[in-house]
Design a protein around this ligand. Structure first.
Ligand SMILES: Cc1cc2nc3c(=O)[nH]c(=O)nc-3n(C[C@H](O)[C@H](O)[C@H](O)COP(=O)(O)OP(=O)(O)OC[C@H]3O[C@@H](n4cnc5c(N)ncnc54)[C@H](O)[C@@H]3O)c2cc1C
Length: 393
């Protein structure tokens, strides 16, 4: 397939070298097992330690903590592309939560002591983390969070409930958003704090029901309950009362991660559809040779390339330290909506087989349905983008 080349090329030699490592890892450790993990709704912990051993976790962790300090997001994008190419979006999502939603908080706001204790374990896959912000009564609107933490000497006493928590079953610790100003109203941006709460040494930390998702089933998603959980003050991440501001500050990386995954889903689905329509025949010709199919695929190809160019621009902007919440929201909005539309139209080109879960296009369709919801819904993203326009006007 001839593409308009990016000028200069998006990936350089070092990224392609890393791709070789990632591709080999995914082919060996993920692809042969992924269908089973999907059926079991669980990625085994051995995958995390294998990924840690291969140097694929915590890419941005600095060398002083044993990491590689790869803050260039193109390396993360390569890993995503390789996982998505093999249909393992559940693994990509599980790694996102750890590396793009939790790790940035530890890197930007963790104390020296917190970083020394936890970063090496994140690198080896011995500490798997989850993001515990959403509650039954508060998703898009985190000011509605009711989970509360009350200071008691050198500890905090945590009570509340979270839902939709990825890695909630398999993970060891959750980055919990809790109200710390003793109030319950919606006021007070300064009333929330973040805590890294460890499951093993926290009586009262209960994992509830595993939620039965329509797609990306290998990534476990659960409810969490906290009843009088005593959390050491040393597990407060960042400033007391600064939780919501920290989330806002670090949202660009999380939203960029979803945009990158969405671009990869759209690309790999387009490629598998080209292969399928090139092999499948009807009325004596290949499906690819019907004028309607060619027009569809021509349009989809341009959409995928435009999406990639837009996401790549966002990655460059992130690397330069200039990607703000609005920019990341635009990239996530565009790429996730495109992934949803592209996978839908590609499914149609597969006929009945597109509806069968054994086919990658069916899995991609279900996975992409999540991408316009998780990490900021498309409606909330348009609000963010629109408010920015209005404030400029
Ligand atoms: C599979 C899965 C995994 C997830 N993983 C995690 C996780 O690991 N950790 C975590 O904390 N959360 C997680 N989430 C939660 C996810 O981020 C929320 O579902 C999402 O933010 C939306 O919140 P909500 O479900 O409460 O919907 P609501 O906020 O109730 O929204 C309902 C509808 O109202 C719309 N809406 C809301 N506000 C506005 C507005 N201002 N203007 C216009 N429309 C609006 C929404 O777009 C949506 O269409 C996950 C969700 C899913 C489905």
């Amino acid at each position: 397939m001839t593409e308009i080349p990016a000028v200069p090329p998006f990936y350089e030699e070092e990224h392609e070298e890393f791709r070789g490592l990632a591709r080999e890892f995914v082919a060996r450790e993920v692809a042969p097992h992924y269908a089973r993990w999907d059926a079991e709704h669980l990625i085994p912990r051995s995958l995390w330690t294998a990924a840690g051993g291969a140097g694929l976790l915590g890419l941005a962790v600095p060398e002083e903590h044993g990491g590689m300090g790869l803050t260039d997001y193109r390396f993360r994008a390569v890993l995503d592309e390789e996982l998505v190419r093999q249909g393992a979006l559940g693994v990509a999502l599980a790694l996102h939560l750890n590396d793009d939603w939790v790790l940035p908080h530890l890197l930007a706001h963790g104390t020296g002591e917190q970083q020394r204790r936890w970063l090496p374990r994140i690198l080896t896959g011995d500490l798997v983390t989850s993001v515990a912000w959403t509650e039954p009564g508060a998703g898009s609107d985190l000011r509605g969070v009711r989970t509360r933490a009350v200071r008691d000497g050198g500890q905090w006493v945590l009570n509340g409930q979270k839902t939709f928590i990825g890695n909630g079953i398999s993970g060891d610790a959750a980055l919990v958003l809790a109200r710390t100003d003793g109030r319950t109203d919606r006021a007070g941006e300064d009333g929330f704090s973040l805590f890294l709460v460890h499951k093993a040494d926290s009586p009262g930390y209960e994992v509830g029901t595993q939620l039965d998702k329509m797609g990306v089933r290998a990534s476990d998603t659960a409810e969490l309950f906290f009843e009088d959980v005593r959390v050491p003050h040393a597990h407060l991440i960042g400033a007391e009362g600064g939780g919501l501001r920290q989330i806002q500050e670090l949202l660009p990386q999380g939203r960029l991660a979803v945009a990158v995954a969405a671009g990869a889903v759209a690309r790999s689905t387009l490629e598998s559809t080209l292969r399928y329509t090139g092999e499948r025949t009807a009325f004596g010709s290949r499906v690819l040779d019907f004028q309607h199919s060619r027009f569809e695929l021509a349009e989809l190809t341009v959409e995928v390339e435009v999406t990639e160019a837009y996401v790549q621009r966002a990655v460059h902007s992130f690397n330069a330290g200039t990607l703000d919440v609005v920019g990341a929201s635009k990239a996530k909005y565009w790429a996730s909506e495109r992934a949803k539309a592209v996978t839908d139209r590609c499914l149609q080109l597969h006929g009945g087989y597109g509806y069968i879960l054994d086919y990658p296009v069916a899995q991609a369709y279900l996975a992409s349905r999540l991408l316009t919801i998780f990490g900021g819904t498309s409606e909330v993203l348009r609000e963010t983008i629109g408010r920015d326009l209005a404030s400029d006007g």
